[in-house]
Design a binder for this molecule. Structure first.
Ligand code: SF4
Length: 240
């Protein structure tokens, strides 16, 4: 399979579409190419971690420890490692870059402008993500079509040309009820913040609980007005 061939990409997409979660992950792993799964410890990602760990698939599990995560998220990393007997690789921001940001904008300068927010995400998320994905052919994510209008057309596989790899979204067609059913059936540990109104959990200062009827990601960077706000991790089409 080549990320530069539309025909091959379509075939791989069709194969993935016909499989269950474990099958999608196994098909990816069995290509023999390096695959990395980035987990934010959200409920979707916990389902993928459970599937990878239970089937013992050769897919690295990594997380971006931004230095601004909720205590509940940090505790869940350790709980998940103990539950499945796995190691979740932590990628942390460059200390010098963080110090420079604090000097330029203040530690919470991201509230002041979109530019300042993007600068923080660049240092705490995107640069560590680039290190985490270095050498990978596949990037497994927990993206779902139902998470936001911006993600409504998420395919099972898509080229991320900016990063020279293929994204695999094995939960693209799952709805939140599917996710909750899997968690209940398999006893998957989840972040207690979900029960407190946080369907999507990122950095603590940039995530709030949502109100009834709001979209799942409405609590992320809630002070910004752009309906398509993202942290830059999953905007490859715009970047490519
Ligand atoms: S989500 Fe907020 S705290 Fe986290 S990296 Fe982005 S701006 Fe910084």
């Amino acid at each position: 399979m080549s990320i530069s061939s539309n025909t091959a990409e379509t075939t791989f997409e069709e194969k993935l579409a016909g499989l269950d979660l474990e099958g999608r992950l196994r098909l990816t792993a069995e290509t023999g190419r390096p695959a990395v799964f980035t987990t934010s410890l959200g409920i979707e990602d916990q389902v993928i971690t459970a599937a990878i760990a239970t089937a013992r698939l050769p897919i690295r599990i990594v997380t971006l420890d931004t230095g601004r995560l909720f205590d509940e998220t940090l505790a869940l990393i350790e709980e998940t490692e103990a539950r499945y007997g796995i190691a979740i690789e932590r990628f942390v921001p460059d200390e010098g870059a963080v110090a420079g940001y604090v000097a330029d904008y203040g530690r919470n300068g991201f509230y002041e402008s979109v530019e300042a927010r993007h600068a923080c995400c660049q240092i705490r998320k995107l640069e560590p993500l680039a290190r985490a994905l270095a050498g990978a052919s596949y990037w497994v994510t927990g993206l779902r079509r139902g998470q936001s209008g911006n993600r409504a057309t998420t395919p099972f596989s898509e080229p991320d040309r900016a990063r020279s790899l293929t994204k695999i979204n094995p939960l693209a067609d799952w709805n939140i009820e599917d996710i909750r059913s899997y968690v209940a059936a398999e006893g998957v540990p989840v972040n207690p913040l979900h029960e407190r109104g946080y369907p999507s959990i990122g950095c603590a200062p940039c995530t709030r609980a949502i109100r009834p009827g709001e979209p799942e990601r409405a609590g992320r960077w809630w002070w910004e007005n752009d309906a398509k706000r993202e942290c830059g991790l999953h905007v490859a089409k715009a970047a490519g």
